[in-house]
Unconditional design. Structure first.
Length: 323
């Protein structure tokens, strides 16, 4: 474990709280697809990965990693691509930086690096061709093998306080129901269904989970079977790799993960939906609108500067109101 690493002695000020759940669960590995080019965020993403964009104090992918650790998932396989090395660097233990902070009397900042010492295995592979999300997940197969796995999109996290246990609930459901896959869903306004994978529930959606009779990738508002959108978190049996292998390019000429899940359902597979809890929301940096929203909310929640940001915003709003 990193905590016993003899090269890294972080001062007593480091207060990183180890996640509570222990790792003898059925699902212990997650695939984090982070190979997408982020074209909807140009020029911001021309030379930096969208997963490294700051949301408040942290890059978005750090929230994702901490969320997974909190649910007990400690082997993380990043599926990366060109221009994504900043992600790998971010999770490395930076001994030089630690030494530098110590020698320049900035020990108090060591706490900001405490996340480096989380007890997590970081694995990396590459998506060598940009063929879509489904293909990116399939790139994880050689390392994941026959075990069940989580898929957590690297550009979105479930907030707002960063302590969502949604993945833990999904794993419990996956185990308890003997499901082939469990997908997280968030209710979205009808005008937005066109941006997401959308659920067709087989029956009522109350209770801890519901049965899916179909999932449709980015339907028109008129064709959408519901307003429940896939929220970037999935738990799957290894069987899904076979479906992915046989999935032809779909929407946008890309191999869609949603289409593989749909094929599994059509074969009689048990695919379930879990809804975000009241108060839980998906924060994503996929486009400027959602990125600005995520950043603003996290800035407002900042323990040190939140108040200042709030005052500044109300000042600006007053000004524009009186103009
Ligand atoms: C992907 C999935 C979609 C899902 C969305 C948000 O779309 O294909 O089903 O709803 O992530 O989790 P993308 O945002 O990559 O276009």
């Amino acid at each position: 474990s990193y905590s016993s690493d003899r090269f890294v002695k972080i001062g007593a000020s480091a207060t990183y709280r180890p996640p509570i759940r222990v790792a003898n669960m059925s699902v212990s590995i997650a695939i984090l697809p982070v190979a997408g080019r982020g074209t909807r965020l140009l020029p911001l993403t021309k030379s930096q990965p969208k997963e490294m964009l700051p949301v408040g104090r942290k890059p978005v992918v750090q929230y994702v990693v901490e969320e997974l650790a909190l649910s007990g998932v400690r082997r993380l396989l990043f599926v990366t691509g060109p221009g994504k090395t900043a992600i790998e660097n971010h999770f490395d233990i930076d001994v030089e930086l630690i030494e530098h902070l110590r020698h320049t009397g900035k020990e108090d900042l060591l706490e900001e690096l405490a996340f480096e010492r989380q007890d997590i295995d970081f694995l990396y592979t590459r998506q060598r061709r940009q063929l879509g999300l489904g293909h990116a997940v399939l790139c994880g197969r050689p390392m994941v093998g026959d075990q069940p796995f989580v898929v957590a999109l690297g550009d979105s996290f479930i907030g707002p306080t960063g302590d969502s246990r949604i993945v833990e609930r999904m794993i419990d459901c996956f185990d308890g129901e003997g499901a082939d896959a469990v997908i997280a869903f968030e209710q979205v306004p009808a005008a937005e269904v066109v941006h997401y994978g959308i659920a067709q529930p087989a029956g009522a959606v109350d209770g801890t989970h519901f049965v899916l009779s179909d999932v449709v990738e980015k339907p028109s508002a008129a064709a959408a079977p519901s307003d429940l959108a896939i929220a970037g978190r999935y738990v799957c049996s290894a069987k899904l790799f076979d479906y992915l292998k046989n999935t032809a390019p779909g929407k946008g000429n890309e191999i869609q993960f949603t289409d593989a899940l749909r094929a599994c359902i059509r074969d009689g597979g048990k695919v379930l939906g879990v809804r975000l809890l009241p108060g839980e929301r998906r924060f994503d940096v996929g486009n400027f609108g959602s990125y600005f929203q995520a950043f603003l909310e996290m800035a407002l929640r900042d323990p040190e500067y939140g108040e200042q940001v709030r005052n500044q915003i109300s000042g600006l709003l007053d000004e524009s109101h009186n103009a």
